[in-house]
Ligand binder design. Structure first.
Ligand SMILES: [Zn+2]
Length: 333
């Protein structure tokens, strides 16, 4: 929706400093704070979320901001929607995916096995749990560990990790045209998620370590399809990204979007507590401990760690001692 024209027409003060990232901001009528622009309208996906008080239905947010009777909203919005609808039509992708694909399915080479062992993974267990395989002796997947992506038991695509140091890209994913479903629109390991709570991790090796109820995406940002999928299937999501600053910023960005779609989101900066950079570096034992803390598995959480680590996105608490990342500092992303 063309929020800039809409708000200009109604003489609503706006902040367009984040328009490049797809947000138009107004003052939030739900939590007040005159002079600060916390209520963000997402241009691409048409939803509203306040960086202080959380997600709001787009309808309610617009009625409040524009200060109009509810029944007039639809007709007021019409002229501002056309542009988006045209764009949507233009962006509609041709159906170009495959019906069925076959894994390269080579055995892991000695070097590939060694790479996994060096990272403290058990190659046989990974084969059993995730059906990973080798990249073959020649061709484009050579020296890569193939990580298949399944959905509903069907192979829909795969990604791969190079075993060579300094080789780019580190992860190479099968292109959309050669996949059953565009990997950018789906997540890895969805078939091993059982409940309504999951952990969203950064990369496939984090998921290989984390195991059941852990997923990751393959693009550099969340797609609309991914957001809708998550919000329709799950209720609560722990976002566990690397502890480095850039990753935590991304985690927060994802958190805001998902929260705007009604999901219960927690940002967890847990790995640094274990002296690790990411889940891939964690020992299987510590992963088990962390999962008990997150999902409460069969045991009660060990200590009161949860309280220290977890924070709702709108409260902006990201891990320990990082309380400044939220709220007013939303500007930083
Ligand atoms: Zn608010």
């Amino acid at each position: 929706m063309d929020y800039v024209s809409l708000f200009n027409e109604f003489k609503i003060p706006i902040d367009t400093s984040r328009i490049g990232r797809g947000w138009v901001n107004t003052q939030c009528p739900f939590c007040g704070h005159a002079g600060s622009y916390h209520l963000g309208f997402n241009i691409n996906d048409d939803f509203a979320t306040c960086f202080k008080c959380g997600g709001h239905s787009l309808r309610n947010a617009l009625i409040k901001v524009l200060n109009i009777p509810a029944q007039t909203l639809q007709s007021i919005l019409e002229p501002y929607q056309t542009r988006l609808q045209v764009l949507k039509k233009l962006n509609k992708e041709k159906p170009l995916n495959k019906e069925k694909i076959e894994l390269p399915d080579y055995p892991l080479s000695v070097n590939e096995k060694q790479y996994l062992l060096d990272r403290h993974f058990n190659p046989y267990k990974l084969k059993e749990d995730f059906n990973i395989c080798g990249g073959g002796w020649v061709g484009e997947w050579k020296n890569r560990i193939i990580i298949p992506i399944y959905l509903g038991g069907k192979l829909i695509s795969w990604t791969s990790r190079t075993i060579l140091p300094d080789r780019e890209p580190r992860y190479k994913t099968l292109e959309n045209e050669l996949s059953v479903i565009d990997p950018k629109k789906i997540f890895f390991n969805l078939d091993n998620c059982t409940g309504s709570t999951i952990a969203l991790l950064e990369g496939p090796f984090d998921v290989l370590r984390f195991g059941d109820n852990g997923i990751c995406g393959f693009g550099i940002s969340l797609t609309r399809t991914q957001v809708l999928y998550l919000s329709s299937r799950f209720k609560k999501i722990f976002i566990l990204f690397d502890s480095e600053r850039q990753a935590q910023k991304k985690a927060k960005e994802y958190g805001m979007i998902l929260q705007g779609h009604g999901l219960d989101i927690y940002l967890v900066d847990a790995f640094s507590d274990y002296g690790c950079k990411d889940a891939g570096e964690m020992s299987p034992y510590n992963i088990k401990k962390l999962k008990v803390e997150l999902f409460g598995d069969f045991l009660p959480p060990t200590e009161n760690n949860m309280r220290k680590r977890l924070g709702r996105v709108s409260n902006g608490i990201v891990g320990k001692g990082n309380k400044n990342m939220g709220g007013d500092n939303f500007e930083s992303f």
